[in-house]
Ligand binder design. Sequence first.
Ligand code: SIN
Ligand code: CO
Length: 389
Amino acid sequence: MSQVLDVLGGISAEQFMSEYWQKKPLLVRNALPEIADLLVPEDVQSLALEEHVTARLIKQKDKDPNQWSVKSSPLAKSDFQKLPKQWTLLVQAVDHFSFELSELWKKFAFIPQWRRDDVMVSYAPRGGSVGQHFDFYDVFLVQGHGHRRWQLGQMCDEDTEYVPNQPLKLLPEMQINFDEVLAPGDLLYVPPGLSHYGVAEDDCLTYSFGFRMPNVATMMDRISDHFADTTNLKNPLRDLARQHATPIGSMTKTELDYLKANILEQLQNSTAIEGILAGLMSEAKYPDHLPEPDELEADDLLEILDSGYELMLEPASRLLYIEQADSFAFWGNGESICISPDLVDALKRIADGEVLAFDQALQDPEVLADLAQLLNDSILMLLPPAEEA
Ligand code: SIN
Ligand code: CO
């Protein structure tokens, strides 16, 4: 039998994938108890004031709670003065600023890293919410500090209508069929399209572990950029064989099919598309969150080898690989990465979420040079020995 997971309430990842993922909600009590005291409201509020942090302050008018307003970052202390009774602060990518939080992604290791978006944290006093809405993506809502009441309703789609003239995409109504209060450590999986409404019961922090998928328009855009830059595609096509004259105002189906076939042939036979998509999906969502480390060289790394350091993926970076017949191709933060074959196994393990001891196994000069580059590019980070941390 496959392994059951506490984070899924004692069902296996396989069962979750076939019964719930993208289909229906799942409530798990006490799924992630370690999140309960990870952050307190003040931590989230002070993070929201920092440079480069993406945050939104959502307010409902005291006199008419159906009137909403949104202030996007940069936020200042003064934004938190004279707040109405009902408000919510949303801070994106808190996992890039809290190592403990980013480690909690490991609880969701049954979904590949390239599908991860970020962990948004909401902070609201009693009564605060972001309204009745739906999202186009999968999310695990995990309750941290305090309590939130979650109601779930009908499935929605791109044709669903929103409340007019509001700065948020709110639903005019919800047919509620789930109504539960989540306590610290509880988790609620919400599939894409399912309407949801979470109202703070007291001073409350909710963590949204969000999963993204690209849309076809974005992928097409990248692919067309590539083809538009391909020199040999810039020559006009040869005309198709013409057997008889056609009316001069007409563009025939045969002519259109010929033009279209030339485009499809390029798409079909291109070996570039995999790389374009891997590059796209490895882009950092918030490049501003990447630290700017002091430049290292292979010799600097040699000096600290075997002294307790550990190597891991920088939480704000993305690293993925494509397994080919007899090799692995790596992409990190949007770029293809070329490394010594001796580093492949270690880098693959890091991309798979492992934290590796920085020891003798990595002493090869070429491996150290590659690692220095990956550290200088902030794709990897070095974790100092515990006593020095
Ligand atoms: C919240 O935490 O208040 C909102 C999260 C969501 O609805 O996706
Ligand atoms: Co939502």
